[in-house]
Structure formats: C-alpha cells, structure tokens
Design a protein around this ligand. Structure first.
Ligand code: GRF
Length: 193
C-alpha cells in the first residue's frame, strides 16, 4: 500500500512543492494526503489548492491551548490515515500529543549542518558567523529544537563574497532535492521492517 504522507508548513512552501513534484515524478513512493498549516493565510495553502492536495489550516489562536491545538491536528491525521509527517518550514515546536502518537514518524528539514546553528535563523546565523561551510540536515523530530537523530545531511561551502541571499538560494536548491530523497529513504526503511 502506498504510504500516506502529511506535510506541515507555515509559509512559502517551496519544499512542500518539491515533495509533491517528486511524488508526481515517481521518485517518492507516497501519497501526499494532507498539507497542514498553522496560518490560514500562508501562501503554501494556495500552492496545495493549485496542486489538488487536501489542506487543513488551524490557527493556534483559535484553540484553547497547545494541547487542544495538537489534539485537533492529531484527529485530522488519524482521519486521513497519515503514516508519516514531514515538517517543511513548520515554524512551531511539536509537542507531546503529536510526538507520542507519531513516534519515529515525524521528520524535519533544517537549513544548517546540525548540530551547528539550530533555531529559526540558521542560514543567516551561519553567514554572519563567517564559517566556511554550512548545509542542510534532515532529522527525526524529538522534544528538542532541531535535535533529533539525523537521517541525511549535505555540506554546502559558503563562497567568498557571497551574499546571505545568494547562499539562501543555493541552500533551497539543495533542500528541494535532499528532502524528497530522504523521505524515500525513510519510507524504504518502513517497508523493510
Ligand atoms: C526551509 O529553509 C527549511 O529548511 C526551513 O524553513 C524553510 C522553509 O522554506 N525549516 P519553504 O517554506 O519550504 O520554502
């Protein structure tokens, strides 16, 4: 049976689109069954609609508390029979209701060579620090911030004289290839076990 995948995103959704396109191209053996977004006005929702992918938006401000918010998400995932969750620019910490229900089944993409530069501004932090290389990491999600076990990483040199924006564009291009590949690796592992 084809694995049922959900992508969680908060904003632009270029990784969401890359994953959807990789599935369409037969590079990832999954059905993108749900886009979840925490911001009803995010551009990624329009992208999902254009691609015919079901989406759900719940704003945390419309929920009683964080447990209520995540419980509603969990119910939606159960209803859509989701087997794997890929966070792609989802700007929230995942809490206990989701982590407990989807243990080992939530993964994330982060634009640095973890454990270096965790957090929200990873690309800018690496660029400002003047390090010679950064990268992209795909990892399982645990209760920490960008701390779970690694699935895949790619190193990216920071070129002399490169602007932060140029670096960001190169990082995104790597992300759009590495994330679908890593999702397929995870799915392959599920199929073997
Ligand atoms: C990506 O750089 C991802 O690594 C980070 O957030 C960004 C999301 O970009 N977690 P997009 O919304 O997929 O274009």
């Amino acid at each position: 049976m084809t694995l049922r995948l959900a992508v969680f995103a908060s904003g632009t959704g270029s990784n969401f689109v890359a994953i959807a396109q990789a599935i369409d191209a037969g590079k990832v053996d999954a059905e993108l069954a749900l886009l979840f977004c925490d911001n009803p006005n995010a551009p990624v929702i329009t992208r999902a609609a254009e691609m015919g992918i079901p989406s759900l938006a719940i704003a945390p401000a419309d929920c009683a508390n964080r447990v209520d918010y995540e419980t509603r998400i969990r119910e939606a995932l159960d209803e859509s029979q989701i087997q794997l969750v890929a966070l792609a620019g989802y700007m929230r910490i995942v809490g206990a209701p989701l982590l407990e229900s989807y243990e080992g089944r939530i993964i994330n993409i982060h634009p640095s060579l973890l454990p270096a530069f965790p957090g929200r501004h990873a690309i800018e932090d690496a660029w400002v620090a003047g390090v010679s290389e950064t990268g992209v990491s795909i990892h399982y999600v645990d209760e920490g911030i960008d701390t779970g076990p690694l699935i895949a990483q790619q190193r990216i040199p920071i070129l002399p004289g490169e602007t932060c924006e140029e670096l960001e564009n190169r990082i995104h291009r790597v992300e759009h290839r590495l994330y679908p590949d890593a999702i397929q690796t995870v799915i392959g592992g599920f199929n073997e076990s």
